[in-house]
Design a protein around this ligand. Sequence first.
Ligand code: NAP
Length: 284
Amino acid sequence: MADGSPQVPVHAFVCGHPIAHSRSPMIHGYWLKAYGLNGSYRAIDVEPSEFPEFLRSLPESGFAGGNITIPHKKAAFIGVGYRDEAAQSTGAVNTLWLEDGHVCGGNTDVAGFAGNLDQFAPEWRKAKSAVVIGAGGAARAVTYALKQAGIGEIRVANRTPERAAELKDRFGDGVTASGLEALREVLAEADLLVNTTSLGMHEGDELPADPDLLPDHAIVTDIVYVPLETPLLAQAARRGLKTVDGLGMLLHQAAPAFRKWFGVMPEVTDELRALVVADIGQSR
Ligand code: NAP
């Protein structure tokens, strides 16, 4: 973490494979400049076979820490010496920092998901029933955030029902698991629908669920953010439902990580969002 002196440069990274597409350098670079901090943040491509050594050598690397993304979040969970509660509960680490020379791991995707909904649909916290589509790493962060918010009924539906059942076993009371065929039945009762699958990223993808089956007050959020308005969100908006895109999750997960390394809790500003939106627009 930063020692408070602007003279001492602090360096951080995002590590994944591949990593060229990552918007994290743009986000953290924006904040470094906005807060006038002496530091850097860069993308590092590390192959899975080299990741354990990357993690082991981190204390001598000169980095204060970094973000971990696909496909290393589970390996980071296994390799760190200390995990915060969110990492422990989700089985995934997306943020590393050093304490007394030891590599520590956290999961800020949980706070990112909640922070995005707090900003754009704060009434989500009153939801009694939520449907989560997908059961991968992101679904674990989302389900944990929903539990933390006190949502009593969380229905996880996944193409591979066994993976949904793993989430049910992990999170226990209030979480039910099914295949996608159960969606038709459960959507009518849902106050909140979350897509955590990658469906919607590619032209021609089918909708993960039919928003027409939801009640009129339901909120629909997608954690896919390229494109910004996924077909699911577009269809839900046409139906008159409140929608929240996935970019805010990316921005809000970055903020607590930035604080870990650079010592400042940065603001998720409209200007930052516009910067990333423009970049997403160029990449399509
Ligand atoms: P993951 O662990 O690989 O899980 C992928 C999930 O998508 C699984 O549930 C998988 O179902 C499902 N899926 C994939 N293709 C499908 C298809 N054709 N039909 C139905 N289901 C399908 O990935 P992840 O880490 O959870 O990430 C999921 C998405 O969230 C990615 O697009 C990622 O970029 C995005 N994400 C966004 C943020 C953010 O900040 N906004 C943060 C994290 C992740 P099976 O189990 O049946 O394979």
